[in-house]
Write a protein that binds this ligand. Structure first.
Ligand SMILES: [Mg+2]
Length: 215
């Protein structure tokens, strides 16, 4: 019987790399920075893992921007979420899962503005529940956020976790008793960690794996 499929948001359902590069280009043009600043931003950003005050603190010093870090962060929260878009195949795949009875949810570590990414891409209604760490007070890989996500989806915590982070998504999902699908994004799995059940490159492939797996 179908259960629950939880999806990570950034660089799993939505391509954060594309959105971040788009935001970078807007920022570079606004402040008249050299185009090469984009590579510097990518390096400091570390896939979004660098706290934003550290990120903008470094950007300010490296590029001699006089605005306060607070003001830069405020603008970032306004300008960056609208840079997101969703692939049509992703939406189609989610609907295929739901059509055969799976409950589907989002489980994401991030600020409340994660919700804006869902609104601008128009995918809010595709999910049974949306669980944002800053809203529920727990972060992946903590078991509590997985329990919270299942509750928000009105589901038992049984099924799958799909995500691109080895520790937050795969480690967290395994500890929560879920089967796991890792979005590789061209990377290889670190063999020192317990492997995911499947490794894929796209949401379409992740959904295909779930739909064809035995219970
Ligand atoms: Mg992610």
């Amino acid at each position: 019987m179908p259960g629950l499929v939880l999806f990570d948001l950034d660089n799993t359902l939505l391509n954060r790399d594309v959105a971040f590069k788009l935001w970078s280009a807007l920022f570079i043009s606004k402040y008249g920075l050299p185009e090469s600043a984009g590579d510097t931003f990518l390096a400091i950003d570390a896939d979004g893992h660098t706290p934003r005050d550290e990120f903008f603190g470094a950007v300010k010093i490296l590029f001699g921007i006089e605005e306060t870090t607070e003001s830069l962060i405020e603008q970032y929260h306004l300008n960056y979420p609208p840079c997101y878009s969703v692939e049509e195949m992703t939406v189609k795949s989610l609907r295929n899962l739901r059509a055969v009875g799976w409950k589907i949810g989002i489980i994401t570590n991030g600020p409340p503005s994660q919700q804006i990414k869902l609104e601008v891409t128009g995918i809010t209604d595709e999910f049974d529940g949306i669980c944002i760490s800053s809203v529920v007070g727990f972060r992946k890989p903590d078991l509590a956020i997985f329990q919270e996500a299942a509750k928000l989806c009105a589901s038992r915590l049984e099924g799958w976790m799909v995500g691109d982070s080895a520790t937050a998504d795969i480690g967290g999902g395994q500890a929560a008793g879920l089967r796991t699908v890792w979005m590789a994004r061209g990377r290889t799995w670190d063999e020192s960690m317990p492997p995911p059940d499947f490794i894929v490159e796209t949401i379409t492939d992740a959904v295909a794996v779930i739909l064809t797996s035995e219970d």
